[in-house]
Unconditional design. Structure first.
Lengths: 150, 179
């Protein structure tokens, strides 16, 4: 019984560690800047870690970039200017919503294309199975009946 | 018609195979394209690691073709790279400039004491501001900067002898011939 509680305690501790790690004591001059800071670091991707945002990463570069976002906001930059600052240095990668360019249109339209392909395959499969259902000959029906009656 | 419907999944499958075949052959997804290629080295004013009273600026990077190497004592692959940088300096005399990135300066000086110092000088970038302006996201990273202080190439990761001889050396020769 003790062992089970100890195990639960350990699990709780291990599982809560990542969320603790992301909390930093940072001071903000006012609540609006603080809210914008948390929005921005959630929208910007950590360049080191492929699929974590700046908010969720402990990488050194993410810490530096969080500090940079905070500094830029306190300097009075707009959200768009902060994103532009990051884009100029790290490119489309850092924006979780990449902009529309000749290089990124496939990213935006690709999923719709895949859905269209899926729908057309589904439709053509439906069409061919309908054809088979109506296409049974009398001898097919007879042999089917024989099989079913066995 | 029945024949065609058999073909469709085959074609779709073949399409996915081709897409993934080429997708997985693309370069390492960790390697982000540099945004700073053919731009001047961004402005900065930071201390010199070995002469703290001296302030270094982007102008100190001009004059000759150089390697700008981002390193730190917390970066194990920088030790692996150090031997090659030393070899490059000893065999070619190329100017190598260090950016000591997010590091403790005392530890950095001790590191150079221990492993040797083939660099012309080191820029102390304790807060990582120059690194961010360069679009650096880890260490080591190495830039080829031409005599006018323009960034001509960026290599993410360790500069090995292969990387130097196949990629950097021909580029550096071209830049030297052009100027």
């Amino acid at each position: 019984m003790m062992g089970r509680w100890a195990l639960a305690g350990c699990l709780f501790w291990v599982l809560s560690a990542p969320s603790l790690a992301a909390i930093e004591a940072t001071a903000f001059p006012d609540e609006t800047i603080k809210a914008r800071y948390y929005d921005l670091i959630a929208m910007l991707r950590c360049p080191q870690c492929l699929n974590t945002n700046l908010a969720g990463s402990d990488a050194m570069i993410a810490q530096n970039l969080r500090a940079t976002v905070r500094r830029l906001l306190i300097e009075g930059k707009t959200d768009a200017e902060v994103k532009q600052f990051m884009f100029e240095r790290y490119g489309d990668f850092i924006l979780y919503e990449p902009r529309w360019t000749a290089k990124t249109w496939l990213l935006w339209l690709g999923p719709f294309g895949l859905v269209l392909i899926g729908l057309s395959v589904w439709w053509s499969m439906g069409a061919s199975s309908r054809k088979i259902r109506h296409g049974l000959s009398d001898s097919d029906r007879a042999s089917l009946k024989r099989l079913m009656d066995r | 018609m029945a024949k065609q419907s058999v073909l469709i999944p085959v074609i779709v499958f073949a399409g996915i195979v081709v897409l993934l075949w080429f997708g997985f052959q693309l370069s390492d997804p960790h390697l982000l394209p540099s945004q700073k290629l053919n731009d001047p080295v961004p402005d900065f004013e930071l201390p010199n690691l070995l002469q703290a009273e001296q302030a270094l600026t982007a102008a100190d990077l001009t004059g000759e073709v150089s390697l700008l190497n981002v390193w730190a004592t917390w970066c194990p692959s920088c030790i692996a790279e150090h031997g090659e940088l030393t070899r490059i300096f000893e065999t070619t005399g190329l100017r190598i400039i260090g950016v000591n990135y997010n590091d403790d300066s005392d530890a950095a000086r001790a590191w150079l004491e221990r492993w040797g110092d083939p660099y012309a000088f080191h820029i102390v970038d304790q807060a990582g501001t120059l690194a961010i302006d360069l679009g650096v996201y880890g260490a080591p990273e190495t830039f080829v900067v031409d005599a006018d202080g323009i960034i001509r190439y960026r290599h993410v990761g360790v500069v090995t002898q292969k990387v130097f001889e196949e990629t950097l050396a021909p580029l550096i020769q071209n830049l030297k011939d052009a100027s």
